[in-house]
Design a protein. Structure first.
Length: 315
């Protein structure tokens, strides 16, 4: 069966489409934006690679963690979960309330804030409304409870000895060209090349890329993958990677959500020196038998860097 790269696929049909010949699935997600000067100094693209035979086990483990943390129906968006909600923290006795009462109390506060935002204009209302919509699935959890869940997921991934992480973390100011899309291009080429080297080293015949549906990036990454198949990347040919990326709805695919958390942890490490989540997953990045880090690149251009990944990479 031929894969259609721009078709959204439900997770329960994913393995059927992949077929028995595909032994590894690499779930991709990004953190940060490619535009310079906007929302941070780094852009991260990350792949979480798993044997197809382990997908159900890992998916079940994440579902159990969601249920245990009262997030059974929620999608994991680490960036929205990790931030503080000031309107939530204004509520006296929030910890003692039931989940339903917490939701009601927070939404009441938010209605008040939106009414005040109207005095500042439509732009202020739109920005606040987006923030509230993105974070609404998590308002029944305190900040500490949300962080506890993210740590639990990171610990779970850290224990997946059968999994490998591959990521490219680019310092946006170090990019040699002015076109912002090249940051995504270079990151994608790095992740694809490092994944393929792993497949060769482990004698894994074939793998497929699975990424969150993104109208802006999907055509570009599809075209890039076709070019890589025709000409190879700058580093390698990629005969062990099948077709072009399969784009899925991340809300229905837990492993893409886990990749989101891992990408967030990597970006926050390089931008802010935050180690809490990063340390929990760091052991899953691919390394050579001698211990050299090859699954994670920190690109800083001509600027030297003494961070732990750069040292472990041998820069």
């Amino acid at each position: 069966m031929r894969l259609v790269p721009d078709r959204t696929v439900r997770p329960q049909t994913l393995l059927l489409i992949l077929g028995e010949a595909v032994l590894f699935i690499c779930y991709l997600d990004e953190s940060g934006v490619v535009e310079r000067g906007a929302q941070g100094t780094h852009f991260v693209l990350l792949g979480l690679a798993l044997p197809a035979t382990e997908w159900r086990i890992c998916d079940h483990a994440i579902a159990k963690l969601k249920a245990a943390h009262r997030l059974a129906s929620a999608e994991i968006h680490a960036g929205w979960m990790a931030r503080r909600y000031p309107e939530q923290e204004r509520i006296n006795g929030l910890d003692a309330l039931s989940d339903d009462n917490r939701r009601r109390a927070v939404r009441t506060e938010r209605k008040t804030d939106l009414a005040k935002a109207h005095l500042r204009g439509a732009k202020a209302v739109r920005g606040l409304a987006v923030n509230y919509r993105k974070s609404d699935p998590y308002i029944h959890l305190t900040h500490g409870e949300r962080l506890s869940f993210l740590r639990a997921v990171a610990d779970e991934v850290g224990g997946w000895t059968q999994a490998r992480l591959f990521a490219d973390a680019q310092q946006k100011a170090a990019s040699k060209t002015g076109a912002e899309h090249t940051i995504l291009d270079h990151a994608f080429e790095q992740v694809v090349s490092r994944l393929h080297h792993y497949l060769v080293a482990k004698e894994i015949p074939v793998a497929i890329l699975v990424q969150d549906q993104n109208r802006t990036a999907s055509k570009r990454l599809t075209d890039l993958m076709r070019r890589f198949h025709a000409r190879g990347t700058f580093f390698t040919q990629i005969p062990r990677l099948a077709e072009t990326p399969l784009f899925v709805d991340s809300g229905l695919t837990s492993m893409v959500q886990v990749a989101d958390l891992c990408a967030y942890a990597v970006r926050r490490f390089f931008e802010n020196g935050e180690t809490d989540l990063f340390d929990r997953i760091y052991g899953r990045f691919d390394r050579t038998p001698s211990g050299t880090l090859v699954g994670l690149r920190h690109y800083t251009g001509q600027t030297t860097c003494a961070c732990r990944p750069c040292k472990d990479h041998g820069r």
